[in-house]
Write a protein that binds this ligand. Sequence first.
Ligand code: KG4
Ligand code: ZN
Length: 345
Amino acid sequence: MTYILAIETSCDETAAAILKDGRYVLSNIVGLQWGIHKRYGGIVPELACRLHIEVIYPIVEEAVKKSGITLRDIDAIAVTSGPGLIGALLVGVSFAKALSYSLNIPIIQVNHLEGHLWAIFLERRVPKPFIGLVVSGGHTNLYIVEDVGKYRLLGSTRDDAAGEAFDKVAKILGLGFPGGPAIERCAEAGDPDAVSFPRALSGKKGFDFSFSGIKTAVLNYIRMRYYMPHVDDIPEALAGQERFKADIASSFQQAVVDVLVSKTIGAVRQMGLGRVVISGGVACNKLLRERMRDEAKRHGIKVYIPAPEYCTDNAAMIAWVGYRYFKKGIFADLRLNPDARSRIG
Ligand code: KG4
Ligand code: ZN
């Protein structure tokens, strides 16, 4: 039996998981920092690092306890070494190195993006190669995934990530943080065709995305309607305008989903692979899940989307990849340093 302990601290979630034999998730603990960052309307990197330091030990302890094994049973530690917030990554990597040294077991570095790409395998197998879309707060990347460690980047966002756009528009509307779920909830009562927001780069060649223009379009639309020069005044001025906010949220969500679906399905068709995996926090979005499934069906494409708990940041996905490197004998050592901008493909 092989037990992998994985640690993930690339952004605002402190996460630890134990995976048995590369398949069985014995525990998957995620400590969310939303309560703190909410006050500031977004993630404050310095606060994120301090909170990781405070909770990493109890979270790892809880993951081990819940799994029913002991620290001595662990065969290797997998840790996210990038990309992400450097201070946040440092906490996880330093903790993993200390534990690897004290338990005298190997340490394995895993890229956060490969974690997202393989998360679906915690639930089911997908034939390789496949197209993978990572759509989160930090990334909107399309890959061809050939195997573990073998990726080809087809396209990425030229500016904001899709999740970042959700977070920024939620902040403009005063809906709170994190923005994705807040926009999704608010959009339920709105009309998706109320406002026609731009679908940037849609219909263009290539697989790059761009989401900063739509955020500005939302801002300009509200300013124009209400003559509000200062963005900070908007949430207060819109208090009580529930229908208006719902229409904006719904139209915005529709525009982002349109672009994600058309580019992704376009890539799958062009590459002739016939299957696609969608993951990352934005893949929790119900409209995106539905529309991606409908459109894929129309073109005879199979789409695989993990359960929401494996779409958002978690350590089980890091453990899954870690186990594959463990089997291949690919290890890091105590000189391991995080890389905030590390890339794959
Ligand atoms: O993958 P993730 O947990 O962390 C990163 O690697 O960034 O993704 C977080 C992002 C946030 O921007 C959040 O607003 C977005 O995912 N998100 C959603 C939904 N749930 C989370 N976006 C749209 N709809 C959702 N339901
Ligand atoms: Zn992520």
